[in-house]
Design a protein around this ligand. Structure first.
Ligand SMILES: Nc1ncnc2c1ncn2[C@@H]1O[C@H](COP(=O)(O)OP(=O)(O)OP(=O)(O)O)[C@@H](O)[C@H]1O
Ligand SMILES: [Mg+2]
Length: 503
């Protein structure tokens, strides 16, 4: 009795304000009876509302669906749905369902691209939209309003628990360490960073490779291209950087390369030590073009997550050319006309969108230093993808087949390579010495044939005499074994020893 009076006390009314203020006016004049009647009414309505709230929460919304009308090669057509480009849907089959993405439309027809293959599809199969995974709201992370298309993009797992893991382009583990249990996710497309908010590149990143540290110094937040033909040592060089860099986290995107290479890169090149602070996203050549694009976007998303945690991230993408090729496959399949050497215009729009996501965050935050490999088949530097990549990246390291054939590893062509942010990272004296190194090295190379046949007479060109004297030291300095690491300060020290008397 006492307890009941307590519940009906004016205090409890103050905590639960009445649904209708008008109620108290029609209540009897007796004070206590008025309060009780009002609260009973209040309570009844509250119960009804709670019950309805639960029922609404349990109900499933009206299911909209369309039908599959056409499948040609990689592209499917569906009718009866209005879905945004970039959204995901399911194609229901008798025994399973296939995930697909909307890649375009014409009139009422949607063009879909499967995440995997199209085996088993039947005419008229039901197509249903898949709602993007929403991140559960947490107290410390305010939810951004979902106004932009990037917010509605697919969400995939991110977090510290990904370190040491190998995942596919859809965030599913490829290794033997079981499923990902934690629920943190992030969208595959992020909002572009305001260029004025980005911190400038001003600190060097130790990549553990002598020639790069001293002659092609890379800054935190810089995006570099690694240009090379096949088999000249790209993977080994990237692996060396991944193992020996001073970055906190390494994210590796293996996009469109051979499946065998994925295992090789993880076990032989990265090794157990390297894997500890790495996340590998693998979308090899046998996966669908959509998966390859998604793999690259996912690796970038993971890198962004760690950058937003204030970490210095090294993002390695092998390769950017295969990413462009995947986009070409999709664009040509949905009817975009090819423009430059078989590449449709959308390819050249996609490349900067991916690359611009790397780089520095806001002042005082983390950074993403990125290396993108670019295939230059037949060592053709005029390839449209190589050309476009050179324009959007902050520097390029060219690997030369001639050097690789001589057993000069890493086969970095010092003359053809450049780090565009280097002058902001090193002292003017060091920068000058680098120019001097390049000048002497190039002068020796130009006269190499003359020297090797013994046609050069010592004393006729003082610069060449100096180059000949220094060449063995320069060559020794540039070579580095694949299991040898050289820290930044040691690289700089050894470099200045090359020119003891020249300032
Ligand atoms: N620093 C090094 N020291 C010794 N050998 C090296 C070094 N770097 C590369 N190599 C040799 O070059 C070979 C090819 O290297 P790698 O697999 O890295 O080439 P790639 O450019 O990635 O090839 P692909 O185009 O097939 O992916 C290696 O198997 C190795 O024998
Ligand atoms: Mg390789």
């Amino acid at each position: 009795m006492d307890g009941k009076r307590m519940n009906n006390s004016p205090d409890s009314i103050a905590q639960n304000p009445p649904l209708s203020e008008g109620l108290s006016e029609v209540a009897p004049a007796n004070g206590r009876a008025a309060v009780t009647s009002r609260n009973l009414h209040h309570q009844t309505w509250q119960n009804v509302l709670h019950l309805n709230r639960d029922l609404v929460a349990q109900s499933s919304p009206l299911l909209v669906s369309g039908r599959l009308t056409k499948v040609t090669g990689l592209v499917m057509e569906a009718v009866g749905l209005r879905m945004a480009v970039g959204s995901t849907c399911w194609i229901e089959l008798p025994n399973n369902r296939i995930e697909a993405e909307v890649v375009g439309f014409a009139g009422d027809r949607l063009f879909l691209m499967p995440e995997n293959d199209v085996q088993g599809l039947v005419p008229g199969a039901r197509v249903t939209p898949a709602e993007p995974l929403r991140t559960p709201a947490t107290l410390d992370q305010p939810q951004l309003p979902r106004r932009r298309t990037s917010d509605l993009a697919r969400h995939l797992p991110v977090g510290e628990h990904l370190l040491g893991r190998v995942l596919d382009g859809a965030g599913r583990p490829l290794d033997q360490f079981g499923p990902l249990l934690e629920g943190k996710t992030a969208p595959l497309q992020s909002r572009p960073i305001n260029p004025l908010d980005r911190a400038a590149i001003k600190d060097a990143l130790d990549v553990g490779v002598r020639a790069i540290n001293s002659l092609l110094t890379v800054g935190r937040g810089q995006r570099m291209g690694l240009f090379a033909g096949s088999g000249v040592g790209k993977s080994v060089l990237l692996g060396m950087m991944a193992r020996y860099t001073s970055a906190d986290v390494i994210v590796v995107g293996l996009i469109g390369e051979r499946g065998r290479e994925v295992k090789e890169f993880i076990t032989d090149i990265l090794g157990k030590e390297g894997m500890k602070r790495s996340v590998v996203v693998a979308a090899p050549a046998d996966t669908s073009p959509l998966m390859r694009l998604q793999g690259a976007a996912y690796a970038t998303t993971i890198a962004e997550y760690f950058r937003d945690q204030g970490k210095n991230v090294l993002l390695i993408m092998d390769s950017l050319t295969r990413y462009a090729m995947a986009q070409r496959e999709i664009a040509l399949a949905i009817g975009e006309p090819p423009a430059t050497k078989g590449y449709p215009p959308s390819v050249f729009a996609k490349l900067p969108q991916l690359v611009e996501r790397a780089g520095n965050g806001a002042e005082g935050g983390g950074s993403i230093t990125a290396f993108y490999t670019v295939l230059t088949e037949g060592d053709d530097q005029q390839d449209p993808i190589a050309d476009s990549a050179r324009a959007i990246l902050d520097g390029h390291i060219v690997l030369s087949r001639r050097l690789a054939e001589q057993g000069h590893y890493p086969a970095i062509d010092i003359e053809a390579s450049i780090s565009r942010a280097m002058n902001h990272l090193v002292s003017p004296e060091h920068f000058q010495q680098v120019q001097r190194f390049k000048h002497l090295y190039a002068h020796y190379q130009r006269n190499h044939d003359l020297i090797s046949v013994g046609a050069y007479v010592q004393g006729s060109d003082p610069l060449l005499d100096r180059a000949i004297a220094l060449y063995p030291h320069m060559e020794h300095f540039l070579k580095q074994g694949m299991y040898e690491s050289e820290a930044y300060t040691a690289s700089m020290g050894k470099f200045s020893e090359l020119f003891p008397n020249e300032g």
